[in-house]
Design a protein around this ligand. Structure first.
Ligand SMILES: NC(=O)c1ccc[n+]([C@@H]2O[C@H](COP(=O)([O-])OP(=O)(O)OC[C@H]3O[C@@H](n4cnc5c(N)ncnc54)[C@H](OP(=O)(O)O)[C@@H]3O)[C@@H](O)[C@H]2O)c1
Length: 327
């Protein structure tokens, strides 16, 4: 890295690529300097709208840009594996949108490729880096809640029926679990670690992808995670961590910048609010910048082995829910 801010190159010109690019401007650690698209027109439009100087009409050209320090993969999930590999092969560190890959096999391959090349790699699970979630981890570490008995989290959004829309289209990785369910599953993993039991149920949308999936995860400690996701309705999108001494209740949308209450067993409570600007995507970029400057090859907050374990849990959920396995 030659400049003060980390210089990002973005693969794809869709919704989250634009949000990420705009959010970075609110911080001080990085800036998007290059964008790559399958078409010159889309790259030019993105560059004009978001003041990104280097526009590439192919992803190959983007990852080869010498002015790019780190690549952000913001394409649909079935393409994450190939596009992250492309960037790693070009010698670039990579941040990959959630879900990291379509399944655990792809995740293991990406992690192996990064480790064998000595390159940084991270799943863009932005929720982990939000100020309220940082505070929640510190409360958990303090032991204030006692032993954790359960995690409850849900993520439901309503989408108009459209077979071509990414969330309904099987070829674009559609379905509630991969797009929305990843948040509750990752949240439970952060609090409870890897489950040793998984039970799940799913029902299909009109295109055959899962419209909603409900999950029960069991842990060696006896703790349970009760997790749900749907693309049929906007749900409360709240989460709770329940301990023997007290609990944390996070307001909806728990996965985005939010606030929470700590409610103790005796009924006393306090509110924790963290002022926030932007959509919340820049905190993960701050972590990438910090890791790159420190010479780390992965983030201790979102480690690669945990990303793989989360994808294994997602695979098991799909198997339990009898959704067709992809590979
Ligand atoms: N962190 C978050 O809050 C958040 C929110 C939304 C989505 N996401 C994740 O980010 C990823 C992208 O989601 P999005 O909502 O930004 O998607 P989107 O608006 O559909 O954009 C995806 C982009 O990927 C590129 N692309 C490459 N191959 C494609 C293909 N075969 N079909 C369609 N597009 C293709 C396109 O860019 P070019 O045409 O320019 O090449 C397109 O603009 C998903 O994995 C999703 O889960 C994360």
């Amino acid at each position: 890295m030659t400049s003060e801010r980390v210089r990002w190159g973005v693969v794809g010109t869709g919704g989250i690529a634009a949000t990420f690019t705009a959010d970075l401007e609110l911080g001080e650690t990085g800036r998007v300097v290059a964008v790559g698209s399958r078409s010159a027109e889309a790259a030019a439009r993105f560059g004009d709208e978001l003041a990104v100087a280097n526009r590439h009409s192919s992803y190959e050209s983007l990852v080869g840009d010498p002015e790019v320090d780190v690549v952000y993969v913001a394409t649909p999930h079935p393409m994450h594996h190939a596009h992250a590999l492309l960037a790693l092969a070009a010698g670039k560190p990579v941040l990959v949108e959630k879900p990291f890959t379509m399944d655990a096999r792809e995740a293991r391959e990406l992690v192996g490729a990064a480790r064998s090349r000595g390159l940084f790699l991270m799943e863009a699970m932005w929720t982990r880096f939000l100020p309220h979630v940082v505070e929640i981890r510190s409360i958990l570490a303090s032991g204030e809640l006692g032993e954790i008995v359960s995690v409850r989290a849900d993520h439901g959004q309503w989408f108009a029926k459209d077979a071509a829309f990414r969330l309904f289209a099987p070829e674009l990785g559609g379905g509630a679990l991969l797009d929305l369910g990843i948040y509750p599953v990752s949240f439970a993993s952060m609090v409870l670690g890897t489950p040793d039991r998984v039970a799940a149920m799913a029902d299909p949308a009109f295109t055959g992808v899962d419209a909603q999936t409900s999950m029960l995860l069991g842990h060696a400690s006896g703790a349970h995670a009760i997790l749900t996701c749907t693309l049929r309705a906007k749900s409360p999108t709240r989460a709770a961590i329940v301990g023997t001494l007290g609990r944390i209740e996070i307001d909806g949308d728990f996965y985005a910048p939010s606030a929470f209450s700590v409610v103790m067993r005796d009924g006393t409570s306090r509110r924790v609010e963290r002022p926030h600007d932007g959509r919340g995507l820049r905190h993960q970029a701050d972590e990438v910048a910090r890791c790159l400057r420190a010479g780390l090859l992965e983030s201790p907050v979102m480690p690669l082995d945990e990303t793989v374990s989360i994808m294994e849990t997602m695979d098991e959920v799909r198997a339990q829910a009898a959704l067709a396995p992809r590979s």
